[in-house]
Write a protein that binds this ligand. Structure first.
Ligand SMILES: NC(=O)c1ccc[n+]([C@@H]2O[C@H](COP(=O)([O-])OP(=O)(O)OC[C@H]3O[C@@H](n4cnc5c(N)ncnc54)[C@H](O)[C@@H]3O)[C@@H](O)[C@H]2O)c1
Ligand SMILES: O=C(O)C[C@H](O)C(=O)O
Length: 330
């Protein structure tokens, strides 16, 4: 089996549902044989390790540990789903306090044990805010850390493909930006169905609102159907993001990235943007949309600013001025 690299990939939260699926996806996609599984729950991560050994995957060199020093040392790529998931009836924001505390420790571990890491993907929710917390505590440059935001766009693609009876890959430009939560901004103006603009497809305004609602509720719908939050789609997409950061196939769906942009008016937040991820990290571009879509994005940004204030008030991150003093790149 040929691998893209031999660099160490660390999977944090590897004993959980997303973590265990990521190990498998990373090996099946041929990213690296050198994978370290880390979790705070020994039986869980031990069990995943045993199962991966029992796959007898050619060339794999998997280790597992509950010791952060052993886990983070020499890691070149990291994906973390190490945090609590929500249950039915909860919002992602309900996880903010507990998971952002975990994110602060996660960032500190990076700073202490692997400051030379190339790229980090944060999955655990609320992903925009846990990722911001991790970025601030890690001391990394903004283009080295991304959060998983792609599922909202793949859900929009899915709903539109179903509506028009086409293969999902015939739906292009179906993207959501801003926060990965109920306040996400769902963009229609760039969508094409089999090459034809959505505006020419005869979709009623009422039907579009239903598709939007379905997209926003996509995560809750999986919880209703499966009794737990999504794990296959986040695992696959996060591994694809890391593959792109390793220099493999480009990742073109929106990703969460640090934005501090006077021109756009979005300051000191992590949010989903039009992005590209490559060996040099994550790079965003300006979203294209109608004035209504951009106003929705502004609302989503304002919601993210409120959550940012909560983690400042909880002393999980310092004030914006203080974190900028610590890391001039932010
Ligand atoms: N961004 C997204 O699109 C997206 C999609 C799905 C799920 N999620 C989020 O991903 C997270 C994980 O979901 P899951 O289904 O894998 O949950 P899970 O409970 O199956 O797994 C989480 C794992 O993290 C471990 N863990 C907890 N605290 C840790 C710490 N401090 N260090 C290391 N490991 C730790 C747990 O022991 C557990 O094994 C949740 O927060 C969920 O909401 C995000
Ligand atoms: O919905 C959740 O809590 C998990 C995840 O954020 C998702 O969108 O599937």
């Amino acid at each position: 089996m040929e691998f893209l690299t031999n660099d160490k990939l660390l999977i944090v939260g590897a004993g959980g549902m997303i973590g265990s699926n990521m190990v498998q996806s990373a090996l099946m996609l041929g990213l690296t044989p050198n994978i370290c599984l880390y979790d705070i729950y020994e039986p869980g991560v031990h069990g995943v390790y045993d199962e991966m050994q029992q796959c007898a995957f050619p060339g794999a060199n998997i280790t597992y540990t509950v010791d952060p020093e052993e886990a983070f040392t020499n890691a070149k790529f990291i994906i973390s789903s190490g945090g609590a998931p929500r249950k039915e009836g909860m919002t992602r924001e309900d996880l903010l306090k507990g998971n952002c505390k975990i994110a602060a420790e996660f960032g500190e571990n990076i700073k202490k044990y692997c400051p030379d890491v190339n790229h980090v993907v944060v999955i655990f929710n609320p992903a925009d805010v846990t990722a911001l917390t991790a970025l601030i505590h890690s001391g990394l440059k903004p283009n080295q850390l991304t959060s998983l935001a792609a599922l909202d766009s793949t859900r929009l693609q899915q709903a539109l493909a179903h509506e028009f009876g086409v293969q999902q890959d015939k739906v292009t430009g179906a993207h959501t930006y801003g926060g990965h939560g109920e306040q996400m901004a769902v963009f229609a103006s760039q969508v094409k169905i089999d090459g034809k603009p959505l505006s020419e497809m005869g979709l009623s305004a009422e039907r579009w609102e239903e598709i939007k609602h379905k997209t926003v509720q996509g995560g809750s719908n999986i919880i209703k159907l499966r009794g737990r939050s999504s794990f296959q789609s986040p695992a696959y997409n996060a591994v694809k993001m890391i593959e792109a950061a390793m220099g493999g196939e480009p990742f073109t769906l929106p990703a969460g990235c640090y934005v501090n942009d006077d021109k756009l008016g979005f300051k000191n937040v992590m949010m989903a943007m039009p992005t590209t991820i490559d060996k040099t990290g994550v790079h965003y571009s300006e979203p294209t949309g109608t004035p209504e879509e951009l106003a929705e994005l502004q609302k989503s940004y304002e919601h993210l600013c409120k959550m940012r204030q909560e983690i400042i008030d909880l002393d999980i991150v310092p004030s914006i001025e203080a974190w900028k003093n610590d890391n001039a790149n932010l």
